[in-house]
Ligand binder design. Structure first.
Ligand code: AHM
Ligand code: MG
Length: 336
């Protein structure tokens, strides 16, 4: 191994050393997430081989109950966070309600975590990249007590860290704190996430737009106007822009973060709130994008300024390169 490459653990410890007042709890939590991700990665890689895609409750050939991969991932991330010393509770896209861990160490913990354990899981059986998305908040309830709903219903701007894992052609963990966004690629030969993409910045302008075009005629006028603009850009402006949409948010956001681009999941006439969940999907990506120099809105305000009222609320979501987001904003302002 090239010893100049930092592992995730080494990187978080190095960050910690720069801030002597830091307790190391966030570093511990990120290491826990990295550990869970490695185990989930093993199962994701085996998905085509083993009978893990069946419905929950089915028996496999060993007579064991088969768990869907998203149920497995949910259980796994939750267990690892509970066993750690940094997390007082978890809210998950897979669970109706949040869990407040009730052991003494967890009650003393500083943070809570909101997680989408396996986003885009409908893509597993066709071998398209999928991902885990997470956001970390400092709890507002008193340490020593159980975490409460108020800990989980904080504005995205209060996130202390947010990140995602992409199970793709290689597996990567990308996370942001207020100090920056860094990406780590899993080196399978040593089983460690290694710093491969330090200090990620989202290019101010890109040439990719990602949206489910099938819903075009259900989008509001401003969004349709912007999509028309993307298609009508001339060559000098880098146009026409390329449409890239995999139906797996982590894959689409990851590409656009690195290359520049815009991702849109607008509301439709039938579903004005769109599809994506504010707490588990939109807030973490909005935080990452803003720290990387991009932007994320619901079409009217920054995603990070929305005060959540329920755990599973949905929101229209637009995120990407700063100049593309400005152009979208102009279209939405001018449209009737
Ligand atoms: P999920 O949380 O049920 O996996 O759904 C979220 C996924 C996103 O990854 C993706 O961007 C979106 O759903 C795609 O939805 P659609 O098929 O409506 O375009
Ligand atoms: Mg999801």
């Amino acid at each position: 191994m090239n010893r100049s490459i930092l592992t995730l653990d080494e990187f978080t410890i190095q960050q910690l050393k720069r801030f002597p007042s830091a307790t190391g709890e966030l570093s511990g939590l990120l290491r826990d997430i990295g550990l869970a991700a490695k185990r989930v990665n093993v199962e994701v890689n085996k998905a085509g081989l083993v009978d893990i895609l069946g419905d929950t409750g089915r028996m496999n050939v060993q007579g064991e109950e088969v768990k869907k991969l998203d149920v497995y991932a949910n259980g796994h991330f939750t267990d690892v966070l509970q066993r750690g010393i940094s997390c007082a509770g978890v809210g998950s896209e897979e669970m109706d309600d949040f869990i407040a861990f009730d052991d003494e160490i967890s009650r003393q913990s500083k943070y809570v975590c909101l997680i989408d354990p396996l986003d885009g899981s409908s893509n597993i059986d066709v071998n398209i990249s999928i991902g885990t998305i997470f956001g970390v908040y400092r709890r507002v309830s008193e340490r020593g007590t159980a975490a409460t709903q108020a800990d989980f219903l904080q504005q995205g701007r209060s996130q202390i860290a947010a990140g995602y894992i992409i199970y793709g052609s290689s597996t990567m963990l990308v996370y942001a704190t207020r100090r920056g966004v860094n990406g780590f690629t899993l080196d399978p030969s040593i089983g460690e996430f290694c710093l491969s993409h330090p200090d990620i910045k989202c290019p101010a302008q890109g040439t990719i737009y990602s949206v489910n075009h099938g819903n075009f005629f259900e989008f509001e006028t401003g969004v349709r106007k912007y999509i028309d603009q993307c298609q009508q850009k001339d060559q000098q402006e880098g146009g026409p822009y390329s449409q890239r949409y995999s139906g797996s948010m982590v894959a689409d956001m990851h590409r656009n973060l690195l290359k520049g681009g815009i991702f849109m999941y607008p509301g439709t006439a039938g579903k004005p709130g769109g599809k994506l969940r504010l707490l588990y999907e939109c807030n973490p990506f909005a935080f990452i994008l803003e720290i990387a120099g991009g932007a994320a809105t619901d079409g009217k305000q920054s995603i990070l300024d929305i005060q959540p009222t329920t755990l599973h609320q949905r929101t229209p979501f637009f995120a990407g390169s700063r100049e593309m987001m400005d152009a979208l904003g102009d279209c939405m302002l001018c449209a009737p």
